[in-house]
Design a protein around this ligand. Structure first.
Ligand code: BLA
Length: 306
């Protein structure tokens, strides 16, 4: 599969480069993320059958307060996939957002496919990853299972898509050793990798393991539903209560149903004396000036950054 992967990646890289990708001068001229979304959906449909997710109906025609801004929301489920959802936001001559993610059923411990881009004239902030369900610095078996064979990809991207510099430190435990965190261009590649993993995924029967997978996915959803960097902008665009609906019932759907633990159960360091959640995005601040994994995916971030 290694060879297949690299061929596929090289191919779609070429394609995204020649079409101008999502970065560069394409702002306002056409809708560059739609290409990514239709590509990703087409590729997914070649492998599996997508069924509209119940959340799609409510969110597909969400209208922001601002006439120059367009939202596009799509969500599906499929065998093995609990939720595959995509949100694009385009504000004319200003910025574009892509938030694309796919979460497996808890019977599988598949990583979370995550393609996230925020583009302005100046830059694209890109996170493209197979976010691990289990922190790979702690769970070596998980790291080996999903990342060992694809570590060479890092080397391939690293020159074109260098590490984006200091980042909210808390994010690191949701990132895999192959994460592309960069400020500039975007790609379609990891979606291929994820589809391949999905094909190969074997259903888990052990109740305890399923429950653990479900809790880890819930922890991820809980983190992003509370601290996602896009949340403040969403509130501005569609108001506080609709933004909350969108986050809870669409982007991070499952946060209210997959588990009962609270944000503070998972992230107690955010507790304030009165028991409420600290509104700060990050308790540790930004760090990791350079890529904190080596070529084997071993975490080499310095302790001072922890
Ligand atoms: C910025 N988005 C960012 C940054 C990251 C991410 C890492 C850089 C700032 C930082 O270091 O935190 C994305 N962070 C992620 C992802 C994970 C994570 C995907 O931890 C997964 C675990 N982004 C959106 C949506 C909007 C959006 C829907 O997904 C807006 C509607 C906007 N992202 C957005 C904006 C910024 C940003 C405005 C720049 C502002 C900032 O740096 O806080």
């Amino acid at each position: 599969t290694e060879e297949w992967l690299l061929a596929g990646l090289a191919c779609s890289w070429g394609e995204s480069m020649s079409s101008g990708g999502v970065g560069g001068g394409s702002l306002g001229a056409g809708l560059p993320y739609h290409k990514f979304v239709s590509f990703a959906l087409e590729e997914t449909r070649l492998r599996t059958t997508l069924t509209p997710h119940p959340s799609q109906e409510k969110f597909k025609s969400i209208k922001p307060n601002d006439d120059n801004t367009v939202f596009n929301a799509l969500s599906f489920s499929a065998p093995k996939i609990r939720l595959l959802r995509s949100l694009t936001i385009e504000k004319k001559n200003s910025y574009q957002v892509l938030d694309f993610a796919a979460f497996s059923e808890p019977e599988y411990d598949l990583p979370i496919f995550c393609a996230n881009v925020f583009t302005t004239h100046a830059q694209s902030i890109v996170v493209l990853d197979l976010n691990p369900l289990y922190d790979t610095t702690v769970h070596k078996d998980y790291k080996d299972k999903y990342y060992r064979s694809i570590m060479p990809l890092v080397h391939k991207y690293n020159e074109l898509l260098p590490w984006g510099g200091k980042i909210t430190s808390e994010s690191l435990k949701f990132f895999s050793p192959i994460v592309i965190w960069t400020i500039f261009e975007s790609t379609e590649h990891n979606h291929h990798v994820w589809l391949e993993l999905m094909d190969q995924a074997i259903k888990e029967n052990n109740k305890a393991t399923i429950a653990r997978n479900q809790e880890e996915q819930h922890k991820y959803l809980t983190w992003r539903a509370e601290k996602d960097p896009g949340y403040p902008l969403l509130k501005k665009l569609i108001g506080e209560s609709r933004a909350e609906d969108l986050v809870m019932e669409f982007l991070f759907e499952g946060v209210n149903t997959l588990g009962t633990k609270s944000f503070l159960d998972y992230f107690p360091e955010y507790a304030r004396d009165d028991g409420s959640v600290n509104k700060k995005r990050s308790m540790i601040g930004k760090s990791f000036e350079t890529r904190p994994w080596d070529a084997n995916g071993e975490f080499i971030g310095d302790a001072e950054a922890q």
